[in-house]
Design a protein. Sequence first.
Length: 269
Amino acid sequence: MEREKIKKAKRIVLKVGTTSLIYENGNLNFERIEKISQVLSDVFNSGKEVILVTSGAIGVGRKKMHFDAKPQSVQEKQACASVGQVVLMQIYSKMFGEYGYGIGQILLTKDVVENPRSKENVRNTFETLLQHRIIPIVNENDSISIDEIKNISRFGDNDSLAAVVALIVEADLLIILSDIDGFYNKNPKIYKDAVLLDCVKEITEDIKKAAEGSGSDFGTGGMRTKIEAAQMVVNHGCDMILTSSENPKAVLEILKGAPVGTLFVAKDK
């Protein structure tokens, strides 16, 4: 029943994390990025609307600037973001261009979405891009947003940013592609008897306790931030699905109502 509703989703926000775009050695996963571009272009071709929220700018810039370890200072992180953002957008432009789509970059900071006037301007930008069949690609403006880099802003990471974007554009569905195939009742990396949940109809205290932080050297988000994102969107009538980025074509199956990943069910508007 809940999955059937996903078939009707018209406007979709898809978030892909740093660990989904970058190998453990810090190099870009071009095959993954190409598949994501192909899938989203196909979704657009089907008559739906797609907005991509992408992580990876700092991770990409870190490699380009030859940092062996994760940069520590704010200045280093901002410089990495500045370099990495250019590289990412060049690659996305090339990949989406292969399938006939142009892209538009939107960099957000916390103050923008907190200000009603600028928030409305951002919403209008999204609408105009989509009307002209341009795929909006969103990231936190890490090169100037000190709060986000320190992980103390409202976004905190791009899971929260994706949820905010979904609310701004009044999306029907938020899909988060991650390094795990869904939400488990306990950490599957630790507990062999962990069970993948197909559907979460209510985010209870038990669900929150089951969420744990990130252990990746490249990423910033963990399961806790994904639960927080889910809570944000479902409370405003938007469904959310968490699934693995390993097979981006699974997005097409999700939109056909297939039981992929974990569905967090939206509350009635």
